[in-house]
Write a protein that binds this ligand. Sequence first.
Ligand code: COA
Length: 245
Amino acid sequence: MAQYPTLKDVQSLTIHPIPHVALPAPHDKFCLSPMLSTDVRGAGRVLMMDSVASTSGQADTGEEVQQFVEQSMMAEEVLLELTVIRSLRTLGDAVPDFIGFFELRKMRPRAWSKARPSDPPVSRDGAHWTMSCFIDPAFGGTGLMTIAGQEYMKLCPYIHDRPGIVFAGYEQGNAPSRRLQARLGFRPIGKWYNARIGKTLVDTVWEGAGRVDTQTKLYERLQDMTEEDFGEEKREDEEHASKKR
Ligand SMILES: CC(C)(COP(=O)(O)OP(=O)(O)OC[C@H]1O[C@@H](n2cnc3c(N)ncnc32)[C@H](O)[C@@H]1OP(=O)(O)O)[C@@H](O)C(=O)NCCC(=O)NCCS
């Protein structure tokens, strides 16, 4: 049987006023904590902001937000329940704040639909986890999401000896998401056109557990990305970095 981490396994967990793990400096005023039923309002507020709604693909009606919150509260769907970024000072409030979200959810990556019955599973129990995240833009651009993502993944021992078990992706052109994923150790492995939403999506795989050999895994049937595909992104990153210097 798979042993996924539970809150009880997290050494640094503080139980009161609600379970949480404080983030390291310079973001030590914030923490990771489980989704609460009171988050419907906070999560909805952030998810419905134009800049988030246009990219996250998470939810856009009240009912979908409700469903999203409920799914995040179900431990068997989520690798580790510490999915919500909050300020430590609001943890005792009747409705603690909701700043951002970082989660590994059990989901079939697109590559899976292309797997042949003879393909070996990427992990012993065949589980695979997809990363998704978003942050209230008022708190974005400070490195908070990077630290929250690094902490979350550190707290999930289950994934650390299973290269290829964690996937993510971004819409081509979503530079903040692409840069965040690169900082967290995700590597682009293929792209595809989603006709339903009319957008090109890039699939990524997490290499924090080791290099993934895309030739021998089921990802091999994804369309490989070429240097040309990355040319524009590289130019954009160089320009972005030189503006910041
Ligand atoms: C994708 C998303 C979560 C990224 O958030 P973000 O605010 O850029 O991420 P961070 O909080 O880590 O901030 C990163 C920025 O802080 C800067 N930064 C400052 N100090 C930093 C530090 N100590 N560590 C890392 N970054 C730091 C980085 O340089 C970076 O800026 P840059 O992208 O201009 O180079 C956010 O844009 C978002 O919610 N988008 C909408 C939803 C979405 O696209 N989700 C992705 C689906 S997976």
